[in-house]
Design a protein. Structure first.
Length: 174
């Protein structure tokens, strides 16, 4: 009887330890592959919701983010509508995402004049280049969205910084 009780106690301890190790494995985020969430396209941007941001002194376009569209997904991607206006007045609207963990960007869709969206045919993740002609993505990532390879706060923190024109700090690329 004594051996049976010891055997049952040992089995219970093993079962508990095994269950705990499986539980920890199930929640080990480093081992699980990253997966992007399904994207819902936002409403078209309204001028009152646009927050302009600085790109460079030599920029031939001005840029703004539609603060109503800015979201932080469960997948760690910051999604937003970008409005670019050329010096001649041409306007381009796009729905994009930035992933701080990999310093990449993705173009989801282009805005049409009637407020509808046209899905991008090139919806792949691409490395953000800071010194390229398309520096607006680098400016958003380094100045407002990301700290190192992490998201810099919650969506409302990012919107506040954009609205107030306050980049993250002395390491920003201004």
């Amino acid at each position: 009887m004594k051996h049976a009780i010891l055997a049952m106690a040992a089995l219970a301890a093993f079962t508990t330890a095994h269950a705990q190790s499986r539980f920890e494995e199930d929640f080990d985020d480093k081992e699980k592959p990253w997966q992007e969430v399904a994207v819902q396209l936002p409403a078209p941007p309204q001028d009152a919701d646009l927050a302009p941001f600085y790109v460079s002194a030599t920029a031939t376009q001005s840029f703004a983010v539609d603060t109503k569209s800015l979201t932080l997904g469960e997948d760690g991607v910051i999604r937003y509508t970008l409005v670019a206006v050329s010096n001649a007045g041409a306007k381009n609207v796009s729905y994009e995402g930035i992933r701080c963990a990999t310093f990449e960007r993705k173009l989801y869709a282009f805005g049409r004049p009637d407020g509808s969206w046209s899905r991008s045919r090139r919806d792949q993740w691409e490395r953000i280049s800071i010194n390229a002609a398309n520096r607006q993505h680098g400016a958003l990532a380094k100045d407002f969205f990301c700290t190192e390879l992490s998201v810099a706060g919650k969506a409302q923190d990012i919107v506040r910084r954009l609205r107030q024109g306050q980049p993250l700090g002395p390491d920003s690329n201004r």
